[in-house]
Ligand binder design. Structure first.
Ligand code: HEC
Length: 152
């Protein structure tokens, strides 16, 4: 019973968040909502991963693997996130995404490769230094795309 009410609380919290952010974003285009939702998942993993690395305790390795996997899985599920027409709405997607699709895709591939590399380093029992380096490379790959293709 205790467990059940915890689940209800979690569901309640989730739907409250969904309602608030939908109202704030004022966005109805499902393509935009979906990709922003996936990026939020990726952002959540990065935030949690960073604090896990800072804590650096006996849980860190398992948590780092989970977050790296989560980022990889989220990227895989983005689908065709920038179809024609999804530049119209409440979005920070830069018009350059459609003007320079090859460059954009390359940034995406780089970030995916960086996340895969992080997972490998963690799974191969890399040192803290190696894991931090892989984490920083991943963060840099996010930033590289945001600098060119995400509007302020
Ligand atoms: C290939 C380009 C690209 C890569 C790589 C990328 N992003 Fe983004 N990101 C974008 C674009 C474009 C947007 C804006 C999307 C929109 O508003 O429709 C965005 C938005 C976001 C948002 C805001 C979502 C919202 O609406 O609240 C977060 C958080 C985010 N990205 C985190 C990350 C993290 C963390 C990584 C790396 C692990 C990453 N992104 C990698 C292009 C990218």
């Amino acid at each position: 019973m205790k467990r059940f009410s915890t689940i209800l609380c979690v569901l309640g919290a989730l739907s409250a968040t969904a309602v608030t952010s939908a109202a704030l974003a004022d966005e109805t285009n499902p393509d935009i909502i979906h990709r922003q939702g996936i990026y939020k998942i990726v952002g959540g993993h990065m935030t949690a991963l960073r604090s896990s690395l800072l804590l650096n305790n006996e849980k860190t390795q398992a948590q780092a693997a989970y977050h790296a996997e989560g980022i990889i899985e989220a990227f895989k599920r983005m689908g065709d996130a920038y179809p024609a027409g999804s530049d119209k709405g409440v979005t920070k997607a830069s018009p350059d995404i459609w003007a320079k699709p090859d460059e954009f895709r390359e940034k995406g591939r780089n970030a995916f490769a960086a996340a895969t590399n992080l997972l490998e380093v963690v799974q191969m029992d890399g040192s803290k230094r190696e894991i931090m380096a892989a984490y920083r490379d991943l963060g840099a790959s996010c930033k590289a795309c945001h600098d060119d293709f995400r509007q302020k």
